[in-house]
Design a binder for this molecule. Structure first.
Ligand code: PSV
Ligand code: MN
Length: 385
């Protein structure tokens, strides 16, 4: 088997439950016929993406958006459809109590409430069999002087330590960073360095989550990938793409070359090896495009750029780099990027009893018409609901 086949066979991309619900901007959330009303229906849609692509065997849940009374039953339901439940995302950004922070809040009672929410998420993980607890905090301040930057870091460290104590031996805490939004002056976990500083102190089951949309324009994200892999602290990705802010667009849509460069560093650093511990996830919203095809396109984009990254001729690249051959090295790199891997991936799909063209297969499957007829009553799920 070639290197490329091994990489392709190992590739797994986790889907976010919330990608199947309605989403929008602060101006308008548009409804879409057939949108799931329950977590079971979101899982059914995610399972459809996996059935057609063979790439997405797990679904991430967001708590409380995806709260159910019995997670074991939900797990069995997902399994029957051919998928497993994946990362559990906590949510401390929608309660009144969290107006001035959650894990960093000045009031001990609010901090404890936020800690308890994470402990409840760990309980959920114990039932679902999930290994990762993903923490993204909306904590931050809008005006200089509003909060004591240093005091907030100290409280954050203390809160994270209280949560980490409860993370099981086979589980991990993954801390996501973002430099803006909703806070506008500073956030409490703005960058990979801050996430690294906290997770290093916590211990080896605490890792960094890199959301590709959470950087200032022009940031060299592949450098961060290389550094975190070097430090053995890259736990997971939230993949999406962006033009201006945290747009949560389809991964690879805005800048395919950036996705290639990122995936090359993942490949180069061993992050695509079967036991690497690097979880590839999507964190996207489909505001105006169809949601299920949007997710299919996304996983195919990751697969395509992963294949191109694995095609880089490492020997030739190293040779050119060592010889100081600037343009030669760049040519080796670009040759892989410009290679059309689509025929090869179509063949890979055929070999794995998957439809050669998953997008076309979805259109022909009648699934969309079926959910539009069946899901007429009730309340459509949405981001934040
Ligand atoms: C925050 O912008 C974020 O990237 C976090 O991962 C949240 O959990 C997610 O978006 C919700 O869409
Ligand atoms: Mn994210």
């Amino acid at each position: 088997m070639s290197d490329l086949d091994t990489v392709m066979n190992n590739l797994r991309i986790e889907l976010p439950s919330w990608a199947f619900g309605n989403s929008g901007t602060r101006f308008k959330v548009f409804g879409t016929p057939g949108t799931p009303r329950t977590i079971e229906e979101k899982i059914a849609d995610a399972a459809t993406v996996h059935r057609l692509t063979g790439l997405a065997p797990t679904v991430a849940l967001h708590i409380p958006w995806d709260t159910v009374a019995d997670y074991r039953t939900l797990r069995a339901y997902a399994r029957d459809l051919g998928v497993e439940l994946g990362t559990i995302n906590s949510n401390t950004f929608q309660d009144e109590d969290y107006k001035f922070g959650s894990l960093t809040h000045l009031d001990k009672k609010v901090r404890q409430k936020a800690i308890d929410h994470h402990l409840a998420c760990i309980e959920v993980m114990n039932e679902t069999g999930s290994s990762d607890l993903k923490i993204w905090l909306a904590d931050g301040t809008n005006y200089p002087g509003q909060g004591d930057i240093r005091g907030r870091q100290d409280r954050l460290a203390e809160s994270l330590a209280s949560i980490y104590q409860h993370v099981g031996q086979a589980q991990r805490l993954v801390l996501e960073y973002k430099f803006f939004e909703p806070a506008t002056y500073m956030t409490d976990v703005p960058d990979w360095g801050t996430s690294y500083a906290h997770t290093s102190v916590l211990g080896e089951r605490a890792m960094v989550c890199l959301d590709t949309g959470h950087h200032a324009p022009g940031t060299n994200i592949e450098f961060i990938v290389a550094q975190l892999l070097r430090l053995r602290k890259l736990g997971s990705f939230d993949f999406n793409s962006r033009f201006y802010a945290d747009d949560d667009l389809i991964v690879g849509a805005a800048d395919p070359f950036q996705l290639f460069r990122i995936l090359f560093e993942v490949f180069r650093g061993g992050g695509l090896d079967a036991d690497s511990g690097v979880a590839l996830m999507l964190d996207q919203c489909h505001n105006v495009e169809a949601k299920i095809p949007g997710q299919i396109r996304s996983v195919l984009n990751v697969q395509e750029m992963t294949a191109r990254a694995a095609l880089v001729d490492i020997d030739a690249l190293t040779h050119a780099q060592d010889a100081g051959d600037v343009l030669g090295a760049n040519t080796v790199f670009m040759d892989a990027f410009y290679t059309d891997v689509r025929p090869r991936l179509a063949q890979w799909r055929t070999e794995h009893n998957l439809p050669e063209d998953p997008m076309g297969a979805f259109t022909q499957s009648g699934y969309q018409q079926q959910i539009e007829t069946q899901r007429t009553e009730g309340h459509q799920s949405g981001w934040g609901a």
